[in-house]
Design a protein around this ligand. Structure first.
Ligand code: DOR
Ligand code: ZN
Length: 341
């Protein structure tokens, strides 16, 4: 069995910079037409100048014949003024990312109090710049499995109420709470869902030995939440769309006494989603989720290219070269049932 779909886009992707960027960007470019490029590089992308320079670096790392389009995102800090937003918008930045301070990789420059960015959010609302949200609260007393739910109650509800016209993407949702919040919100609020949150739950990460290559933030939750995410993804509701959150870290940084958060899924992202949709008996719902709903939300046209997905068993490579070392992909060594052509 095989079928064609419009080429997908990745609405949430980390590609890093320098040698790491060169190792991974080609993989996404083979699969995706466009990708929203996360700005938590070191140093982060905090203004129009750095967004432009980062875009140039990404384009320079692509093969000459590639038509892959990086879509740039600003990193919100306590010092992001309306002027910074306007300048970024003028150079083509389409979204700005809220990282609550300390919540994940390279979030040290993140926002300490949401009120600090209210003027910036006001300008984003006016200009149609999308707010992309890492939706977790970072207070030591909040349990890591509850951080998304508490963020919804304490922060996201407040932003949504105060900025009803602001377009918001709740990134990499991991709980039924997030599915419910997005489902009942107005049409300006959507969410991305990763392959690991569809295919795994916390047992896959922790039962029978710790699997560091499934550790990401927000951390995988219990099966009740996984089921809610699968249901949302295959529902055909355009508020839910593809965003891999592929986040490359070297093998040695993951297999460590203090391992980095991030799952690397770029080389076989669409195959992973096909697996999840097929397991749910809803492969016919994949194209909307992967290739249409995100473009609709960001007011962009669909890709012209068509890809073919074939039902065919193949093994995910155990390792890829990465910068001066190696990287272990999600589901390394496992058999997937779909292959992209
Ligand atoms: O697991 C994650 N890794 N979650 C994030 O939010 C950031 C990402 C990264 O950049 O490594
Ligand atoms: Zn991310």
């Amino acid at each position: 069995m095989q079928f064609d779909i419009i080429q997908p886009d990745d609405w949430h992707l980390h590609v890093r910079s320098g040698e790491a960027l060169k190792s991974v960007i080609v993989m996404s470019a083979k699969q995706m037409g466009r990708a929203i490029i996360m700005p938590n590089t070191d140093p982060p992308v905090i203004n129009a100048v750095s967004a432009k320079a980062y875009r140039e670096e990404i384009l320079g790392a692509l093969p000459n014949n590639s038509r892959f389009e990086p879509l740039m995102v600003l990193y919100l800090t306590n010092n992001t003024t309306p002027e910074v937003i306007t300048q970024a918008h003028n150079v083509g930045v389409i979204a700005a990312k809220l990282y609550p301070v300390g919540v994940t990789t390279n979030s040290d420059s993140g926002v300490t109090n949401i009120n600090n960015i209210y003027p910036a959010l006001e300008t984003m609302q006016q200009l149609g710049v999308v707010l992309s949200v890492h939706g977790e609260i970072m207070r030591p007393e909040v349990d890591i499995f509850d951080r998304e739910a508490v963020f919804i109650d304490e922060v996201l509800t407040q932003i949504a109420n105060n900025f009803p016209e602001l377009k918001i993407v709740f990134e990499h949702i991991s709980t039924k709470n997030a599915v419910d919040f997005v489902s009942i919100s107005n049409d300006n609020i959507a969410a991305t869902i990763t392959p690991q949150h569809l295919l795994n739950n916390r047992n896959d990460m922790l039962s029978g030995g710790i699997k560091p290559h499934t550790y990401c933030l927000p951390v995988l939750k219990r099966v009740k939440h996984q089921s809610a995410l699968i249901k949302a993804a295959v529902s055909g509701n355009p508020k839910f769309f593809l965003g891999t959150d592929s986040a490359p870290h070297a093998k040695t940084d993951k297999e460590s006494s203090c391992g980095c958060a991030g799952v690397f899924s770029a080389p076989h992202a669409i195959e992973l989603y096909a697996q999840a949709f097929d397991q749910a008996g809803a492969i016919d719902k994949l194209e909307g989720f992967a290739s249409k709903f995100g473009a609709d939300f960001y007011n962009l046209p669909y890709n012209k290219k068509i890809i073919t997905l074939k039902k065919q068993d193949w093994s995910v490579p155990k390792i890829y070269p990465f910068s001066s070392g190696e990287i272990v992909p999600f589901m390394a060594g496992k058999t997937l049932n779909w292959k992209m052509f």
